[in-house]
Design a protein around this ligand. Structure first.
Ligand code: FIX
Ligand code: ZN
Length: 430
């Protein structure tokens, strides 16, 4: 009996090692980030002060100090980073996921974190060549493609696209349209200012102009998909601007251009506005809206992620019913090991390999390093358990099969979904 147990635990350990090696060396296509092509210069955040002032850490810091919000915001980035470092790393052990992430990143960059020496960390970053640092972070994270979040409504970003620049092919564009869908009265005058003939109403000619706007920007940036983050009370169909614009302008545009629409569901913006970017919260979404979209528009492709842990199971079940729905990422508050592991296992069990279980949502370049290192651990564990289950049934996965599966999960399935490809029955082979 003891010999059998040892033999099977040895087999398991060998399999775990093989899976881990494959998962760690499979390049990732990171399908949603807030990073920018290096040509955008100051918009691409990197380095220790940007890592420390990440809004995830800002929210955690305010739990420890009673500084007035406005006082904090009036400080320079370096001063804010000093306070965050003191509160989250010096006064307390940095055990939260966002804090641990900073340390994983620094450690993998080869820095000595145990000295707790912030000035020394700053000196190291100050010496880095920004272009080389981009390549280094991508290599360390094992990421070869990064989807940006590109908004024509962003006054810093828009002129750069209008002027044009030499694209870095590692950075892929995604067209962000939140202001259009969520604040039509605010967006309409801006479109008018950019010479699209729109008034406040949504007559057919106005909808035509919105489509012209979407077409111009999809072409200008070479959009891989369109995207919007929506509040928990998003409903579809509905007689409001958001649902009407989605139905009459965005979905026809996506069909015409063959582009998916990414829906990120469940964010409650500005629950505490004093925290600024750190002040958003979460609420349960109604999966009926997504169901209506998938069922009502079978020619459209939907990418979806939901913010509430309570919605995850329903989302998986929905994706089993609609092949025009692709589930992605452990978004934001769900990107903590406890929830991400549960979600990843659930998705593998309900959706197999037809899912993209993670995106980084990185806002700071260096975060790619920890976000992918942490997720690869989760994925390796979850996949190992699944392959062990298979081997118990006599099905031993080959290295080539494991590689194929890892590739699927880390970007391959997403690419195929975007291209609208599904293997023909005869092609479904290992
Ligand atoms: O809507 C989004 O794309 C969110 O990811 C952001 O708004 C959010 O601030 C974030 O960075 C979450 O990770
Ligand atoms: Zn995001």
């Amino acid at each position: 009996m003891a010999t059998t147990v040892t033999a099977s635990s040895r087999r398991r350990a060998a399999l775990a090692k093989r899976v881990e090696k494959i998962v760690n060396t499979t390049p990732v296509s990171d399908i949603h980030t807030h990073l920018y092509d290096p040509a955008f210069r100051g918009l691409l955040l990197w380095g220790i002060d940007d890592l420390l002032t990440y809004h995830y850490l800002v929210a955690e810091t305010f739990r420890y100090f009673d500084l007035p919000f406005e006082k904090f915001w009036s400080l320079s980035k370096t001063q804010q980073a000093d306070l965050i470092w003191e509160a989250l790393f010096v006064q307390h052990s940095p055990i939260s996921e966002a804090c641990g992430g900073v340390l994983t990143t620094l450690n993998l960059l080869g820095l000595d974190v145990k000295k707790r020496d912030l000035p020394a960390l700053r000196r190291w970053f100050a010496k880095q060549n920004p272009e080389k640092h981009v390549t280094r972070c991508l290599e360390l994270a094992g990421v070869d493609r990064i989807c940006m979040t590109n908004s024509p409504f962003d006054d810093v970003e828009r002129p750069l696209w209008e002027r044009g620049f030499q694209r870095d092919e590692r950075f892929v564009a995604a067209l962000r349209i939140d202001p259009l869908l969520l604040d039509w009265p605010g967006a309409a005058p801006r479109l008018a200012q950019w010479e699209y003939d729109v008034g406040a109403g949504l007559s057919d000619p106005v909808v035509g102009e919105v489509r012209r706007f979407l077409a111009d920007w999809s072409k200008r940036i070479g959009a891989k998909y369109l995207m919007v983050s929506l509040p928990p009370d998003f409903k579809f169909p509905e007689q409001n601007n958001c649902a009407q614009l989605m139905e009459k302008a965005v979905l026809p545009h996506c069909r015409e251009f063959g582009l998916p629409l990414a829906l990120m569901l469940g964010v409650k913006r500005a629950v505490n506005p004093q925290l600024r970017l750190a002040g958003d919260g979460v609420g349960r979404s109604d999966p009926q809206a997504l169901q209506n979209l998938c069922a009502g528009f079978p020619e459209n492709k939907f990418l979806a992620t939901v913010l509430s842990r309570e919605n995850q199971h329903e989302l998986c079940v929905l994706a089993r019913k609609f092949r025009n729905l692709h589930v992605f990422g452990c978004w934001w508050f769900t990107n903590v090991p406890l929830v991400a592991e549960e979600m990843t296992r659930m998705r593998l069990e309900l959706l197999g390999l037809s899912v993209t279980p993670q995106h980084s949502d990185a806002r700071v370049l260096d975060q790619l390093v920890y976000k992918w290192s942490h997720f690869r651990e989760i994925l390796s564990r979850a996949l190992t358990d699944k392959y062990v289950d298979l081997s118990r049934a006599g099905w031993e996965p080959t290295a080539a099969e494991i590689k194929r599966d890892a590739k699927n999960l880390l970007g391959g399935a997403f690419e195929r979904f975007c291209r609208g490809e599904r293997p023909a029955p005869g092609q479904v082979r290992p």
